[in-house]
Design a protein around this ligand. Structure first.
Ligand code: HEC
Length: 168
């Protein structure tokens, strides 16, 4: 009698081991092909705000950090080349609202919120280069950000050009 019980237990243990073994082999063969994975180009991930390119860039200052951004020194000297580059970019991106002279008489401004007169001597004095560059970087109340259209250095060129608009 005990002999049959022993054989039965042996069969049960053996059966359980075989099932485990088959499961192991099955998972070994299939695990890597059924995991969640992302194929190249299948998805694009937005960079977190403040991410910097590996080859350098500019620290991110949000609108709330404008005070710190204003304290930055302009790293781009206002050479004739810089001002010329700034003018070229200003004509493309800024004249629709700010107008060719910076007075805020662009075509869009007549239908949109009239912007400040950038040639105003008082405003020119009150604002640092850093403040204006940060304005181009993150935008204003209604003015859009130019962080995607203009590189950080191009934004400094534009600021250098804005300085030449000042009323004497
Ligand atoms: C869609 C219209 C629009 C465009 C385009 C635009 N701006 Fe503005 N900008 C405004 C408005 C409106 C204001 C007033 C503040 C606000 O509401 O954002 C302003 C404010 C500013 C100020 C801040 C003035 C201050 O208070 O010190 C600067 C500097 C400026 N713009 C520069 C630029 C430059 C440079 C460009 C081009 C790269 C540009 N803007 C493009 C609409 C525009």
């Amino acid at each position: 009698m005990m002999k049959y019980v022993f054989v039965l237990v042996l069969l049960m243990v053996g059966g359980a081991a075989s099932v485990q073994g088959i499961l192991l082999v099955y998972r070994w063969n299939h695990n890597m092909t059924v995991t969640q994975r992302i194929m190249p180009g299948e998805m694009s991930f937005a960079m977190a705000p403040g991410s910097l390119p590996r080859e350098g860039g500019q620290l991110y200052y949000s609108k709330e950090q404008r005070e710190a951004a204003s304290a930055r020194k302009n790293p781009v000297p206002p050479t004739p080349e810089s001002i010329k580059t700034g003018e070229r970019l200003y004509v493309v991106y800024c004249t629709p609202c700010h107008g060719p002279s910076g007075k805020g008489d662009g075509l869009v401004a007549t239908k949109f919120v009239p912007p400040a007169d950038l040639s105003n001597a008082g405003l020119q004095k009150a604002r640092t280069d850093g403040y204006w560059q940060s304005y181009l970087s993150v935008g204003g109340a209604v003015m859009p950000s130019y962080a995607e259209a203009l590189s950080p250095v191009e934004r400094w060129h534009v600021v250098n050009y804005l300085r030449t608009l000042a009323q004497k």
